[in-house]
Design a protein around this ligand. Structure first.
Ligand code: A3P
Length: 301
């Protein structure tokens, strides 16, 4: 896949004032949030989503708007219908992207109307989560560099230096720049900046805050249904969040035990992967990245 540089179609994508965009760096809890957003928008109707595709509920711009080699196959595995049209999608649309701020469609940059929900995650857990995804892609020979990343310590060096290659599709994107571009805009009326770790701390309040931001009034019982049906355990049994077909046919794994979209779902899993040396190297980089920033993360709970 090659999304970058973004195609002309992508850059010129027509944004509607009542659109809402979920924007994340890969492996920051996108899938979890997509299911939450789908349920907020349909009032917590879990049954209505059964048998449908999460990638149709909230299409990912770069997968749908951009043409890339193998697009038909990938779309089929994600159950995205070939004739999907974002132009004929009913308003208000829910859309998402992993692309960084400067790569967004022109009409979305500086837009003060279309809503943006930015979800950030501590970069040590992002590195571990991308590592497992990258390994699966490597096993399927889907990594251009041919690296296999047998060892996390090799991977984490590439991660901090933007050389981790599964994101060939997103090449050159840096976790820090990605997060900071939206952190800087966190006070804009149309931006809601959230953290994966805060979802773990209080998912109910997070869901309420998102509903308010989207101007959706949720009854208590709808809120209960959303909390219950987006828990980690529920996500592990949900074919939408597991992306079952994609796991089976693209990654060659059993979705129920090895889906990289619902894997461990923890804060602090990095501690089981980083050596002391990895951690020192990462901390030094992290301090450089975050110097002069008030953005802070929980690295464990
Ligand atoms: P881990 O690999 O650390 O387990 P994305 O959807 O952006 O690819 O992010 C995937 C990450 O979100 C994975 O992290 C996955 O386990 C986690 N995740 C998915 N569903 C979750 C849920 N219901 N609760 C907590 N974490 C979840």
């Amino acid at each position: 896949m090659g999304f970058r540089p973004p195609s002309e179609k992508f850059v010129n994508f027509e944004v509607r004032p009542d659109d809402a965009y979920l924007i994340t760096f890969p492996k920051s809890g996108t899938t979890w949030m997509k299911e939450i957003l789908s349920l907020i928008r349909n009032g917590g109707d879990v049954d209505a989503l059964k048998g449908t595709s999460i990638d149709m509920s909230i299409p990912q711009l770069e997968l749908v708007v951009t043409d890339f080699p193998g697009k038909d196959k990938v779309s089929e595995m994600l159950d995205i219908t070939p004739d999907i049209s974002l132009t004929s999608m009913e308003s208000p649309r829910l859309l998402c992207t992993h692309l960084d701020y400067t790569s967004l469609p022109t009409q979305l940059q500086g837009n003060k109307k279309a809503k943006i929900i930015y979800l950030a995650r501590n970069p040590k857990d992002v590195a571990v989560s991308t590592y497992y995804f990258e390994k699966l892609l490597a096993q399927q020979k889907l990594i251009k560099s041919g690296k296999t990343y047998d060892c996390f310590s090799d991977y984490v060096v590439d991660f901090v230096n933007d050389l981790a290659n599964s994101w060939g599709a997103y090449s050159g994107m840096h976790w820090h720049d990605h997060a900071m571009e939206f952190w800087r805009r966190r006070h804009d009326e149309n931006v809601l900046f959230l953290k994966y770790e805060d979802m773990h701390k209080d998912i109910r309040s997070t869901i309420s805050a998102i509903a308010t931001f989207l101007d959706v009034v949720l009854e208590e019982k709808s809120l209960d249904a959303i909390v219950a049906n987006t828990s980690f355990e529920a996500s592990k049994k949900n074919l939408r969040t597991l992306r079952a077909k994609y796991c089976k046919y693209r990654l060659g794994v059993d979705p129920e035990t090895q889906s990289p979209f619902v894997r461990k779902g923890k804060v602090g899993g990095w501690k089981e992967h980083f050596t002391v040396a990895d951690n020192e190297m990462f901390d030094a980089k992290y301090q450089e990245w975050m110097k002069d920033s008030e953005l802070e993360f929980d690295f464990e709970l």
